[in-house]
Each structure stands twice: as structure tokens, then as C-alpha cells.
Design a protein around this ligand. Sequence first.
Ligand code: 6PG
Length: 230
Amino acid sequence: MEFRRFSDRQTLANTLAEHIGLALQESITQQGRASLVVSGGSTPLPLFQQLSTLHLPWQQVIITLADERWVEPSSPGSNESLVRQHLLQHQATDATFFALKNSAKTAETGEIACERGLHNIPRPFTTVVLGMGNDGHTASLFPNTAQLSQAIDMSCNKLCAAIKSQTAPHERMTLTLPTILDAQEIILHITGVDKKAVLDQALANGPPEAMPIRFILRQQVVPVKVYWAA
Ligand code: 6PG
């Protein structure tokens, strides 16, 4: 794992956007296409805004989310709405976006359609950008959820999984661990001293199920870069 510290959140967002832009451009040059997985929550907003200003052949880029809350895209809790409002703007309007939320009533009943759509996104993903919660969750891999064991099973043969957490609002759809790890690189984007303390705790000994970000930090298959600013 590589740790990159920045003096402020905007400098982090600018540098990370530039890094992702180079990775997307390289993939487009080599394969004619690129795929980007982003996370929701509040941390990535400046990154989304910065990414949207990059001059790239965005029509060759497909974007999806690491996880989604099972709410209408018009709802303030929707990660899709964040992506649409802040990332698929300016230069990036031509990017293709695959939304994890579909018209099914529940995430559980929406799994099959979501799985089908995800199959069309080229993998390994060029870049996966993850966030982390103060309980050590990443994507919607929450500790102490009934569906966690299946979602982190490297042989689950599923791209996504419906998750019900007792601690987080809304039913969720998350990419499974093997899907997240089917990437050329993973960026963990975190800000604030609290999150740095959570990261330090995650890097210490302890069961990965208690802090699922450990499944990302402890694997040796995909390079992980942590981008942090206080
Ligand atoms: C979500 C996420 C989630 C997020 C963390 C951090 O939809 O909530 O994708 O995994 O990255 O909870 O959220 P903040 O950036 O809001 O702290």
C-alpha cells in the first residue's frame, strides 16, 4: 500500500483527478476504452468536479459506482444523483454511466438486472476509487451484516450483492469483493483526522470482517494507493 498525504482536500482532488485521467487515457490508447468505478458519500464531490473538467475522449469511458443506496435517483441519498450532478458534467457529459439502481422494488430483487448490466463493463476496471466509513466499511461492505460473508467470498461468482445494514440507512447494492479487486488499481480516497485514525486501526491486527476495508488493504493482487488530506 502506498500512502499519499496532501496539504488540503482540493489539492488532493486535483492531483487524484489528474492521476485518474492519465490512467483512463492510457487504457483508451491501448484498448480503445476505459472503465472507472467511483464511490458515493460526501468525500468524492471535489474529485467529481475536477474529473468533469478533464479533456479526455469521454465517449470511450464507462463509469459505474462501487455501491448504491436503493433510493430513487431523484433522492438526496442517491449516489447516482451525485455522479450525474457533479461528474457527468462539462467535458464528461459523453461518458457512459451504468447505474446500479434499477426499477426493481428492492435491491435483492434488482440484483439480476444489475448483474447483467455490470457484465457489459470492461474489466479489469481501469481504476476503482473507494471511500471508507468510520466503522471500517468500504463500498457497502458493512461489518456485521448477514450478507457480508457472501459479498466478500472470492468464489461467489457474483458481480454485485444486495446488502441490508442495521447501521446504515437504505438497502444497498454493492460490488462484491472479487469484482472490486478485478481492477488495475484501487484508490482509497479519505479525508479528515478521524478517517486517518480509522485507517491506522484497519492497518493493525484484527479480523477483516470487523473492518471490511481490511480485505482491500491486506490483499496482494491489486495495487492500493491511499490519498489522504486532513
Ligand atoms: C456510500 C459509499 C460509502 C462511502 C463511505 C464514506 O454510498 O455511502 O459509497 O462506502 O464511501 O461511507 O462516506 P463519506 O465520504 O460520506 O464519509
